[in-house]
Design a protein around this ligand. Structure first.
Ligand code: GAP
Length: 492
């Protein structure tokens, strides 16, 4: 897969636009268009349903983005949430010191009278044997020594821009959960193990954002903090280690359940020198993105680090009373942390297919029906026939009460089908002359419409009154083959 193909589809079909495009764009911020917002909402809704509403051991939270600045001191973000960066003294571009050799570099080669070459990442010049020492972009400037750059965005609360009023846009949603640990404990009385989930925006002033929505400066996270008693044992293992593995499996299964190919997923176990300062163990779920295997989400065992830090900094006790052992303990926490935007990009890449149908190219997004931004498209075969248009309009209105349903009459039926395939709409309904009849010929309509399924392109004729029940099956747990066996096939 080529990322440019997806970027182009996203813009063309209203999934994702460059932020503030008419002003030349804002660096690495993206706007979700009419179809993108539906897809994104579907991802968040399914994640919330599966991880919060369907589980007896989970509750939700929606904390504010702006928090007390001490939160970020306690969490370690003020001191540790930094990347080493280097600047080019000539062109002033900025790079992450640890990534400067990961991209091709520009070289003016002395062995060829200063000819300019672009040399693959990490390789020496074929002509003079030199390795990169200067700026990889302009090929001329010296790079400064690495300096630490904090990734948090600063802002001011209230009318005065002074240091005392300074705070940060949150760089992760997790801390909003830790600081509310005692509120949830007192109000909901959960028993360990239990988790608190949150979905929301996070902001990071990334030095090298890129790869479309993979790494941006404003993004959304879906995070769980799952608290366990470290003194408990489950199936002969320490509870934190047991639950860590359970969550790693559950997260991977979740992506596969909604259509991601397991061949495009793998796990990465963090080595000791890679682990964050708070983590006992971290496993990333990686996706085979066009730029190579990259992190889709991480699942960390953060131990009791965060609760202890906030207790120490705030002076408030953040413990749990273990009734059995009659002691106050600080729970350990397992943190599955996923990016909404990264998940959306991976779902799109995984669903994209170019197929040949009767000598023509068909682009189709084979999105899981629960993810598809539009579920049903109602298409009139002839837009000049008022009865056809009226019936199609009524159908759209009825079905839109339960599913995202659109009406489209802006092209011939073949083109309309292709457009819906390209955005992943699982079902199209066609209203034709047979449906409404022909008054000139004194022919009555059969009040049946054609339903076309996206992946197989099979078509069936169904009586209009049966549509809501049929779509409840098709867009619920039913399969196309089983749900439609009782209807006659229509010619494609
Ligand atoms: N609370 C833990 C935490 O925030 P992280 O690995 O920094 O851990 C978790 O972020 C997830 O958030 C990542 O796996 C990724 O999916 C998403 N994410 C992080 N930075 C991102 C960025 N700049 N743009 C888009 N998604 C990002």
């Amino acid at each position: 897969m080529n990322m440019d193909v997806i970027v182009s589809l996203c813009k063309r079909r209203g999934f994702i636009f460059q932020s503030s495009e008419i002003y030349g764009g804002t660096g690495s911020c993206w706007d979700y268009g009419p179809l993108g917002v539906e897809l994104k909402n579907n991802i968040k809704r399914l994640w919330w349903r599966d991880n919060v509403q369907l589980r007896p051991d989970m509750v939700g939270l929606d904390a504010s983005i702006l928090m007390h600045p001490s939160v970020w001191k306690a969490s370690g973000h003020v001191d540790h949430f930094t990347d080493p960066m280097v600047d080019c003294r000539e062109c002033k571009r900025r790079f992450r010191a640890d990534q400067v050799d990961e991209a091709p570099w520009l070289h003016f080669c002395p062995a060829t009278k200063g000819n300019k070459f672009t040399i693959p990442a990490g390789e020496p010049c074929k002509h003079c044997g030199a390795r990169r020492t200067l700026c990889p972009e302009c090929g001329k400037g010296e790079l400064t020594a690495p300096r630490h750059f904090n990734l948090m965005f600063k802002t001011f609360m209230g009318p005065v821009e002074e240091d005392a009023a300074m705070t940060y846009l949150r760089p992760e949603t997790a801390q909003g959960i830790f600081v509310n640990f005692d509120n949830v404990l007192q109000s909901m009385r959960p028993k360990l193990p239990f988790g608190i989930a949150q979905i929301g925006k996070a902001f990071r002033n990334e030095i090298t954002p890129g790869n479309f929505i993979f790494r941006s400066r404003e993004f959304e996270q879906m995070e769980i903090e799952y608290f366990v008693n470290p003194h408990d044992r489950v199936e002969g293992r320490a509870a934190d280690e047991y639950w860590h593995d359970r969550w790693i499996d559950a997260c991977e299964v979740w992506f596969v359940r909604y259509g991601m190919s397991s061949e495009n997923l793998k796990r990465h176990e963090h080595a000791a020198d890679e682990l964050a300062h708070y983590a006992k163990r971290t496993v990333d779920i990686m996706y085979r993105f066009p730029m190579g295997w990259s992190e889709l989400m991480g699942i960390a065992n953060r131990t009791d680090f965060d609760l202890k830090q906030h207790a120490k900094t705030s002076g408030k006790s953040l413990t749990y009373f273990d009734e059995e052992r009659k002691e106050h303990i600080v729970p350990f926490v397992i943190e599955p942390s996923a990016g909404v935007d990264r998940a959306l990009l991976a779902f799109l890449l995984d669903a994209y297919r170019e197929e040949e149908v009767r000598g023509d190219k068909r682009v189709v997004l084979r999105l899981h029906r629960e993810l598809a931004p539009l579920k049903i498209a109602v298409l009139p075969l002839l837009k000049k026939r008022p009865e056809i248009v009226a019936t199609a309009g009524e159908l759209r209105a009825t079905l839109a009460r339960e599913w995202t349903t659109v009406y489209d009459d802006t092209a011939g039926i073949g083109r309309l089908y292709r457009r819906q395939d390209e955005v992943g709409t699982p079902y199209c309904i066609t209203v034709d002359v047979q449906t409404v009849g022909d008054p000139d010929k004194r022919e009555a309509g059969d009040q049946r419409v054609t339903i076309r399924e996206r992946d197989s392109m099979e078509q069936i004729r169904v009586p209009i009154p049966e549509l809501p029940a049929l779509f409840r099956e098709l867009l619920g747990e039913g399969t196309w083959a089983a749900a439609t066996a009782r209807y006659p096939r229509a010619n494609a």
